[in-house]
Design a protein around this ligand. Structure first.
Ligand SMILES: C[S@@+](CC[C@H](N)C(=O)[O-])C[C@H]1O[C@@H](n2cnc3c(N)ncnc32)[C@H](O)[C@@H]1O
Length: 381
């Protein structure tokens, strides 16, 4: 944080109310009103300072939180990386080298200075989308908080984003990952899921977080969307700026999808009814509810207080992103009910890699066949 504060060129004292106002303006312009999306806001000193002091640490922490679910990369491309939080996050997590590309000179200058200071193997290049991609291949390409800004509001935005994502996929080394991260808003989430579906329809496999291989079931109803959440203790300065800006940053929230390199198959889900929790705990009279999404689709899950037992007690302690295996459920409408004798086991906590079956054997005892297309509407028990 002290280095970021220095590169934010705010002089000795930190004018917290001014930074707070700039953060608030960025937040409104990039999330609620969206009028800044795609604009050159990082070229303005106040916005760059707000970005470096507030959004940079958040972007950095988001990528640090997502990396454990992915194969460890050696060569990283931070595409549209601003002042490089994703690149630094990967380097700090053990990557060997990182390339950062962006169109904003001031942001790249800040990244260059930061890299010099901490002697990081970061190379920086100014590039604008659309335009040629950087040379070479990469184990991990991160595109963080950029996709939603590209061609925003234009009728052919999806087609152009798909074309860009496909060319980025083609730059992955075998076993590599394309990680797309966007703000946790319904609109940006749904746009990202539509992009996911287009890539999946073209044969791409999702490494995380999706366990469902068909079109994203969250798109079936206009109100639904999907995002990740990780607990986070913000640095003191970030917490102070958040207060000054009237924002809440007690947790990291983001929409993220990681795609495997072309030709790589989907990870095989473990046997049984496996579900990722994709909601926070939902209050309900006398029962605990979540939404789960797994190889069979997306379902409401519920457990009545009177049915809490030794095998299912864990259900009440789940967090968004956890992966569970549940047995002995009953189909109820378009959801699943956890019964007194149901067994709920956590296979992975949010942020841990979802386990995959070691030896995929379709139809083996205890393994459910996957539904090949859209979400199953009437799940079996
Ligand atoms: C919200 S910032 C995100 C920066 C960084 N990835 C992060 O997550 O903190 C969006 C970045 O995309 C860059 N950008 C926007 N449109 C661009 C374009 N057409 N070509 C290249 N970079 C672009 C901006 O300069 C800015 O650095």
């Amino acid at each position: 944080m002290p280095r970021l504060a220095r590169f934010a060129r705010l002089g000795r004292g930190l004018d917290l109310p001014r930074v707070g106002r700039a953060v608030r303006a960025l937040s409104l312009g990039l999330t609620r009103e969206r009028r800044l999306a795609g604009e050159g806001y990082l070229d303005r000193p106040d916005s760059l300072a707000a970005y470096l002091l507030f959004y940079w640490p958040i972007s950095y922490a988001q990528v640090r939180a997502l990396l454990p679910e992915l194969p460890a990369p050696r060569r990283v491309l931070d595409f549209g990386g601003g002042a490089g939080p994703a690149a630094f996050a990967c380097l700090d997590a053990g990557a060997g080298e990182a390339r950062l590309v962006d169109r904003s000179r001031p942001a790249l200058d800040a990244a260059r200075a930061l890299a010099r200071e901490v002697a990081s193997p970061l190379s920086v290049e100014r590039r604008t989308v659309p335009g040629p991609l950087p040379d070479g291949s990469f184990d991990l390409i991160v595109v963080q908080h950029l996709v939603n800004e590209l061609w925003a509001g234009e009728p052919d935005a999806l087609v152009r984003r798909v074309a860009l994502a496909r060319s980025l996929l083609s730059r992955l080394s075998p076993g590599g990952t394309l990680l797309l991260v966007d703000p946790a808003l319904r609109e940006t989430s749904r746009d990202l899921l539509v992009l996911r579906d287009a890539l999946v329809a073209g044969g791409a496999a999702v490494r995380a977080p999706c366990l469902f291989r068909g079109p994203c079931p969250a798109l079936a109803r206009p109100a639904d969307w999907c995002h990740a959440e990780r607990p986070w203790e913000p640095p003191r300065l970030v917490a102070e700026i958040a207060r000054a800006a009237g924002l809440h940053k007690e947790a990291l929230k983001m929409c993220a999808v990681a795609f495997a390199s072309p030709g790589e198959p989907w990870p095989e889900a473990p046997a049984g009814r496996v579900l990722r929790i994709v909601s926070e705990p939902l209050s309900g009279k006398g029962r605990r509810r979540y939404v789960g999404c797994g190889p069979e689709g997306r379902f409401g899950l519920s457990l009545q207080d009177k049915h809490v037992g030794p095998g299912n007690a864990l259900f009440g302690q789940l967090a968004r992103g956890d992966v569970i295996r549940a047995s002995g459920l009953t189909a109820r409408g378009d959801g699943l009910r956890i019964e007194a004798d149901s067994v709920v086991v956590r296979l992975a906590r949010a942020g841990e890699p979802a386990p995959s079956a070691p030896h995929p054997r379709r139809g083996a005892e205890g393994e459910r066949p996957r539904s090949p297309g859209g979400a199953s509407r009437s799940p079996g028990p």
